[in-house]
Design a protein around this ligand. Structure first.
Ligand code: PMP
Length: 464
């Protein structure tokens, strides 16, 4: 029998959190003094916290809850699977129906040639799995010198021991002794802050940077190039159309593997189901997570091409196991959830809704460019950013002492909207694809109110 509801003491929860719970990507000391905002429930686009505040989530949790909160059919799929078979290992040649069905479904939906899937628990271990399998691949096909990995500045590829070195954000490196010596970075295609005259030049610059880096390292030493089709955690850097294809083609010409990290951009976030699809790009490997289960359970996936799969398979001794595994790879409950989430995108109208409401998203972003604090707005599909500057002409950022990101986030929350506030004065937006037109208007009205409020503050006024 269920136990009677226990009264929740907010104060004791806050104290327990402060004393015991380590929060991801958070200053320990700042968290001790600020305390947690404890979320209690969610429905659709809305979150309610423990104090009863109802806020619009314009960031889909952490760019993941693409179908919105409270989707009952997902709960039912999870419960049904938990009752029938809560766990099945993939070791010892075991499998489970949902994992097999989800693998087949992903193969049918992702770009041509990605015919094999390794399931992980999220994005970081999908990236790590890519690094491990790529290393294995080059050894297996008799090119063991290929051990250097290249990624983009401002890129994010998770926070595992190796993936954090492909990530190129300062706080993921500081005091963690990464990047490792085989991890290298080339400039990001950051149009707003680049000296390129136009899109074609920006693309040519990126291709040039990759070729130069590969030449410096020696082509025969380079294993792979990793990139996000649109950089998320680096401040939603949207490269020009054609950039992804140019980078893919460059990797093909150079004979190195091309890995598309679609952890954020996958599952409709940028319009089509995958960002690679929009440019007719087939990567050698693709990492997925977030929208795969829309945050209802942890799961990621590494999609692998025939070329890499067969290279590993043929190079391995038939008697020896290929030693890469996770206890929860292909977890049946997460897989059942993934199948239902995919059904909601495709047959439940959520992908189509995202594609249609993205016009309002685009208009809302563009309309903010007249605001005195806004230097740039950019986006694709339902992924966007507003970059704030102290000076529109010089594009100067606000001084770090002003702690603009923390203030923005708090003010936004106070006005009933959640967005990402990056340290370098960028607001990141990724509303769920189920957002209505009215909710989209509310998001932008609340953001404008937040920016107007900031403009009233004397230190900000003095800084512009
Ligand atoms: N790659 C990209 C592009 C991401 O955005 C993220 C997460 N923000 C990751 C990898 C890591 O995923 P996770 O946090 O699920 O480990």
């Amino acid at each position: 029998m269920a136990s009677p509801a226990q009264p929740i003491s907010n104060r004791s929860l806050l104290e327990m959190d402060r004393d015991h719970l380590i929060h991801p990507v958070t200053s320990f000391r700042a968290h001790e003094s600020r305390g947690a905002t404890i979320l209690q429930s969610g429905d659709g686009m809305w979150l309610t916290d423990i104090d009863g505040n109802r806020v619009l989530d314009a960031f889909a949790g952490l760019w993941c809850v693409n179908v919105g909160y409270g989707q009952e059919s997902i709960v039912e799929a999870a419960v049904e699977q938990m009752r029938r078979l809560p766990y099945a290992t993939g070791y010892f040649h075991f499998g489970s129906e949902p994992a097999i069905r989800l693998a087949e479904k992903l193969v049918s939906l992702t770009p041509e040639g990605l015919n094999h899937v390794f399931f992980t628990l999220g994005g970081s271990d999908a990236v790590d799995s890519a690094i491990r399998y790529i290393t294995h691949y080059w050894n297996a096909v008799g090119q063991p010198s290929r051990k250097q990995f290249i990624a983009l500045e401002r890129g994010y590829h998770g926070s595992s021991t190796t993936g954090s070195g492909l990530t190129a954000l300062a706080n993921f490196h500081r005091n963690f002794d990464v990047p490792l010596k085989w991890q290298h970075h080339i400039p990001s295609p950051y149009g707003y802050r680049s000296d390129a005259a136009d899109d074609a030049e920006l693309i040519a610059q990126s291709v040039g940077h990759l070729k130069t880096k590969v030449a410096q390292l020696g082509n025969e030493n380079v294993a792979a190039f990793f990139c996000e089709p649109i950089q998320g955690s680096g401040g939603v850097v949207v490269p020009p159309k054609g950039w992804l294809k140019a980078m893919r083609d460059c990797c093909t010409d150079l004979g190195i593997l091309f890995v598309a990290d679609e952890v954020i951009t996958g599952f409709g976030r940028t319009g089509p189901l995958f960002a690679c699809e929009a440019e007719g790009v087939s990567p050698d490997l693709m990492t997925l997570a977030k929208g795969l289960t829309a945050g209802y359970a942890p799961m990621g996936a590494l999609m692998m091409s025939d070329k890499v799969y067969h290279g590993i398979a043929d190079g391995a001794s038939p008697d020896l196991a290929i030693g890469h595994g996770l206890t929860y790879s292909g977890h049946p409950v997460s897989a059942a959830i993934g199948l239902e989430v995919l059904r909601l995108y495709l047959d439940g109208g959520i992908l189509a809704n995202g594609q249609s409401v993205s016009a309002k998203f685009e208009t809302g972003l563009a309309a903010l460019s007249d605001h005195p604090l806004v230097g740039d707005t950019r986006g694709r599909g339902m992924l966007g950013a507003i970059e704030l500057v102290a000076d529109k002409a010089s594009k100067a950022r606000f001084a770090p002492e002003l702690k603009l990101a923390d203030r923005l986030f708090a003010a936004g929350y106070g006005n009933g909207v959640i967005f990402r506030a990056f340290a370098d004065n960028i607001i990141g937006l990724a509303p769920a694809l189920c957002c209505s037109d009215d909710e989209m208007e509310m998001i932008f009205a609340r953001i404008r109110k937040t920016l107007d409020g900031l403009l009233e503050e004397s230190d900000i006024r003095k800084a512009i």
